[in-house]
Design a protein around this ligand. Structure first.
Ligand SMILES: [Zn+2]
Ligand SMILES: [Zn+2]
Length: 356
């Protein structure tokens, strides 16, 4: 079974070909279909900002490392006991690449994100098929195409970020980073009644995209003074909610300063293992009473992500589609930043039903 994988560890951005990471298409065996499993013929798998981190060996260096966790597809087989959610062969689906076991300590204590067996079903989805436990699979609404359906997983991350903001209608909100998660979080914050909604992003196209999708203001952190612009936009108060969706050590440094007193700062990305950010406890936690939090993975969000998916504008996130055979090219396009999102077509499937 053809699967997109990291075949050599190294940064995909490395200009030296000798040390640069390599993405290729390898042959992996199809996973066995257990009695509670669902086999999905994958239609689309989107490249995630975290995928290049896997090429750098963030989660281990034994190659090949199969990729892909933002997928949609059509059910092709069901185990004999995979009947609890009413799934049928031919259903158009997307889902959670992680299975929460439901039995370990954290799972039984309302913290599925810390499930101790979370890797058991974490299988590469940038492949011809993927086999998941039925609890991971969600039927797509009729009005969501397979192409847009592959964005269910990143949408679930934005839902989780929204959950952690505890937003109140009227809160002033800034988002740092205009990649897919930042753009999805922006649309969601808008729906939640955000005001002074600002995207901080150095790439002009991404700022313009945000303005087309509900941002009230944008800040270019390279050419503008972020602190001064924040004062202008918020009347000197700062943002009640600041979301980092950039994962950039350079970008996150100033975010505590643009947060309002009593505000919440959500670090909603992955960060380099060895990055340490200085934190003045007196300024930020004593005098400003900031709440600082992060997002690891997204438990309890998929049912709501599925509800909100038809209401999001996903056109600009699904413009670049490249066939599985050309996965290496697809990653090059991703790295170039030419498109906010690059999607890999894993099989050319009929999209009966998806009409948008
Ligand atoms: Zn992702
Ligand atoms: Zn568990």
């Amino acid at each position: 079974m053809k699967t997109v994988a990291v075949t050599k560890i190294g940064s995909l951005r490395d200009t030296n070909e000798e040390t640069r990471g390599v993405i290729g298409v390898v042959d992996f065996p199809e996973q066995p279909l257990g009695p509670e499993d669902v086999r999905v013929r994958v239609a689309y798998a989107a490249i995630c900002g975290s995928d290049p981190h896997l090429a750098e060996g963030f989660f281990g260096t034994d190659v090949p490392i199969g990729l892909g966790h933002e997928i949609s597809g059509v059910i092709e087989a069901l185990g004999e006991r995979a009947t609890r959610t009413g799934l049928k062969v031919g259903d158009r689906v997307a889902g959670n690449f992680l299975r929460f076991c439901g039995t370990c300590g954290p799972c039984r204590d309302g913290q599925q994100q810390f499930c101790e067996f979370i890797q058991d079903y974490n299988r590469p989805g940038m492949a011809e098929t993927v086999t998941w436990h039925e609890s991971q699979v969600y039927k797509l609404p009729d009005n969501v195409s397979l192409l847009k359906g592959c964005l269910l997983e990143p949408t679930s991350v934005a839902v989780r970020i929204a959950d952690k903001t505890n937003i109140r209608v009227g809160d002033r909100v800034a988002i740092c980073g205009g990649g897919p998660i930042g753009q999805l979080a922006l649309q969601m914050m808008k729906m939640n009644g955000a005001t002074s909604l600002t995207l901080i992003e150095p790439i002009a196209e991404r700022r313009e995209m945000a303005l087309r999708h509900g941002a009230d203001f944008v800040i270019d952190p390279i050419t503008e003074n972020q602190g001064e612009r924040t004062k202008e936009i918020t009347g000197g108060r700062g943002y009640d909610i600041v979301i980092d969706a950039s994962g950039s050590p350079r970008a996150v440094q100033g975010l505590l300063d643009i947060a309002a007193k009593g505000g919440t700062v959500i670090y909603g990305a992955m960060y380099p293992h060895d990055f340490e950010m200085p934190l003045n406890l007196s300024d930020y936690l004593y005098l400003k009473e900031l709440t600082l939090t992060g997002v690891f993975i997204s438990p309890y969000t998929f049912p709501r992500a599925l509800q909100i998916l038809p209401h999001l504008n996903l056109d600009e996130l699904t413009q670049s589609v490249i066939d599985l055979e050309n996965a290496a090219d697809a990653f090059e396009v991703h790295i170039s930043g030419k498109f906010p999102k690059v999607v890999i077509r894993c099989n050319d499937l009929d999209d009966n039903g998806g009409n948008s």
